[in-house]
Design a binder for this molecule. Sequence first.
Ligand SMILES: NC(=O)c1c(N)nc(OC2CCCC2)nc1O[C@@H]1CCC[C@@H]1O
Length: 327
Amino acid sequence: MPRSTVEKRVSDLQDLLSQYNYEYHVLDKPSVPDVEYDKLLHELKELEEKHPDLMTPDSPTQRVGGAVLEQFTKVDHRSPMLSLGNAFNEDDLRDFDRRVRKIGDNDNLSYICELKIDGLAISLRYKDGLFVQGATRGDGSVGEDITANLKTIRSIPLRLRKPFSIEVRGEAFMPKNSFVALNKEKEKREEEPFANPRNAAAGSLRQLDPRIAASRNLDLFLYGIGDPGETGITSQSQGLDLLSGLGLKTNKERKKLNTIEEVIDYINEWTDKRADLPYDIDGIVIKVDSLSHQEELGATAKSPRWAIAYKFPAEEVVTVLHDIELS
Ligand SMILES: NC(=O)c1c(N)nc(OC2CCCC2)nc1O[C@@H]1CCC[C@@H]1O
């Protein structure tokens, strides 16, 4: 094939495979069967091996880097990755609502409710649309650089749909069925199984060999923007729509509500429905939607005054006592 034809074929394959990956892992609506994806990926790998100068850092072939790291380097978060205060019952929620309504214009106060994904908080940095660095939350100010492991998560685009320079935040997690399969594997190898999907996700992202992380079927939902000022958004709900428009995966169960009573209804709805989700949630995050109202409320050193996490009661662990002979 003449050089220009090869260049065009490689570029077309990179775009096509990135689009197929987006449809499958972000939209959960694949437009081609896996076998078609695998065939094209194989063709691209071969062409890039023959013409290494055509391989780009955001090529779909570049998700699993070769090098096993010695250690993780530290990353200073440009703005702190806060944690959340907890609410355990309706009174706690009404107290939160009263505190929020003390400050700011309350006639048009609205909340946005998000499922609280039970995983590991992470940060992704994009420069001119290209994924350049990923880090754990760490202590909120300093995290660990796990870029190589995050690149293996198929729902993380290696290039945004617009050339934004932006830092986004979300929760990496292991889906329930991947957790069950992984523990079956571990038991076969007589290895210690993980206690829950959250530990499995954290353990997988702390692997120094990216090939191990790549084998763990991790996923991720984005829910925040580290530097919202530069994007022109005025609310959390607009921020989530912006993330989605950039090709990032956000959780579709979010809901904008106007009163704490509606929030309590939403919480009751998900208390039952959560068992049917393909991933673990440990609560519901309630956020004041308006960014200017968030600013008025501010944050303590640890957590924002404009958000709270309602935590589901810990499921009573029923240990079935097998055939105990009661003497
Ligand atoms: N786990 C989640 O699904 C989640 C969420 N949907 N939204 C937030 O918003 C917080 C982040 C900083 C201020 C508000 N935090 C979440 O998880 C937190 C992050 C750090 C500790 C918890 O995992």
